[in-house]
Write a protein that binds this ligand. Structure first.
Ligand code: CA
Length: 228
């Protein structure tokens, strides 16, 4: 498995390369956007880890250009305080995100999960029961009916679907979808869940988005149960 790390900060690049090499990956590195894109266009990589702020060409521009010809999975490293980063990167075709400063164990888990998806030949459509999420067109379909989603609703549903069966605490949803710590105001999460439910769950069966009292939310098909 060969990875490309594009990061201009020497310390982070070295740290990433060392950790990923120890974990058994072959890693190439680039310290600026232009050579990063060149590597990606001329060599075969199983995954690219891209910093957003880079000299020469930023991570967004790289992924935008790369997507014209390649489907290489891309994991973005974003600054924690950049709220719109996730959404912007997603729109351009990034596959996942990690906010800096990140925990290496978390990074490794994301890398492995992206590689697994790639190996399974994952189509850009996620499916749970009769709910579909088209990652390219950024639309949901339920029982064949197209449902339009806002950027936040899309991010939220994408998170719930790609981690289906997992109970996601409100704080995790807040940090993943808004990149902000909403510990003090999880109403934002509840309100967004209500909007997504109204669009993709309320008029359909089986119910897929479930509230787990005191814990958070989970998206899964529960045969024989309906959502209260
Ligand atoms: Ca940087």
């Amino acid at each position: 498995m060969k990875l490309l790390i594009v990061e201009d900060e020497d310390k982070t690049r070295t740290y990433l390369k060392q950790g990923l090499t120890e974990a058994g990956f072959v890693c190439d590195c680039a310290a600026d956007g232009v050579s990063g894109l060149h590597h990606l266009q001329t060599q075969a990589y199983d995954l690219a880890i891209l910093d957003v702020m880079l000299p020469g060409m930023n991570g967004w521009a790289i992924v935008q250009e790369l997507r014209k010809t390649h489907r290489t999975p891309v994991l973005f490293l974003t600054a924690r305080d950049d709220v719109d980063c996730r959404v912007k990167g997603l729109e351009l075709g990034a596959d996942d995100y990690l906010a800096k400063p990140f925990d290496f164990v978390e990074l490794l888990a994301r890398v492995r999960s992206l590689l697994r998806r790639g190996q399974a030949g994952e189509s850009p459509i996620l499916r749970v029961a009769n709910l579909e999420l088209d990652l390219v067109r950024r639309k949901a379909k339920r029982q064949g009916k197209t449902i339009l989603l806002t950027a936040k609703e899309f991010s939220l549903l994408w998170l719930l679907m790609r981690r289906q069966g997992e109970i996601l605490p409100r704080s995790l949803i807040a940090s993943q979808v808004w990149d902000i710590n909403f510990e003090s105001d999880t109403n934002v999460v509840d309100a967004a869940i209500r909007r997504v439910r109204a669009k993709v769950d309320d008029s359909y069966e089986p119910k897929l988005i479930h509230t787990v009292r005191g814990m958070g939310y989970v998206l899964e098909q529960r045969d024989g149960f309906s959502n209260p």
